[in-house]
Design a protein around this ligand. Structure first.
Ligand code: RP5
Length: 183
């Protein structure tokens, strides 16, 4: 079964009720090429949980588990998923491979690599040839958090209550900045 494909990652906030990484009716899939990507991608998990968006996190690799990745992504839409966030480092073709197997929007997060600091990941994710789009975010944790916020914005187009949460988030963020004091 598709929801058994790939290694599930721990919820960011165990005990948070429905806001877990492995939800029974997920709207967003957060997949990453390796467990080593989790340190950055937990930002996506935590952000989705903060908005109460049901989601699941999986390790699936474009090159280490190609068949399982294709199977998982091909079945995502019929399972009710609406957005896929795909993160990978190095020759980061995971997001592009995902996009090739689904009509769902795919948001790519380039993971910082040891050799080239994520420039390789960024270019591999962002430079999709015309026809199969990947919406690429920033390298690393900022990209992970923004991918989740963009997923929330996509879902919020048809969910007024989520749109209101997003508005509230922006307001709180602005207020926090305005409260900052400098030494
Ligand atoms: C990619 O290779 C993964 O997304 C990860 O960022 C990178 C290194 O993976 P590990 O060797 O740490 O498993 O597939």
């Amino acid at each position: 079964m598709a929801d058994q494909v790939g290694q599930a990652l721990p919820p960011a906030n165990p005990g948070a009720g429905a806001l877990t990484a492995v939800d029974s009716k997920p709207l967003v899939a957060v997949i990453m090429g390796s467990k080593s990507d989790w340190e950055a991608m937990r930002q996506a998990d935590e952000t989705l949980a903060r908005f109460g968006v049901s989601h699941e996190c999986r390790v699936l690799s474009a090159h280490r588990t190609p068949a399982q990745t294709a199977e998982y992504v091909s079945q995502a839409e019929s399972r009710g998923l609406e957005v896929i966030i795909a993160a990978a480092g190095g020759a980061a073709h995971l997001a592009g491979v995902c996009a090739a197997h689904t009509l769902l929007p795919v948001l790519g997060v380039p993971i910082e690599s040891a050799a080239l600091k994520g420039l390789d990941s960024l270019l591999s994710t962002v430079q999709m040839p015309a026809g199969i789009p990947v919406g690429t975010l920033a390298i690393g944790p900022a990209g992970a958090r923004n991918a989740a916020l963009l997923a929330v914005a996509i879902l919020a187009n048809s969910r007024p209550e989520l749109r209101e949460k997003l508005r509230q988030f922006r307001t709180e963020q602005s207020e926090k900045v305005l409260r900052e004091t400098l030494p």
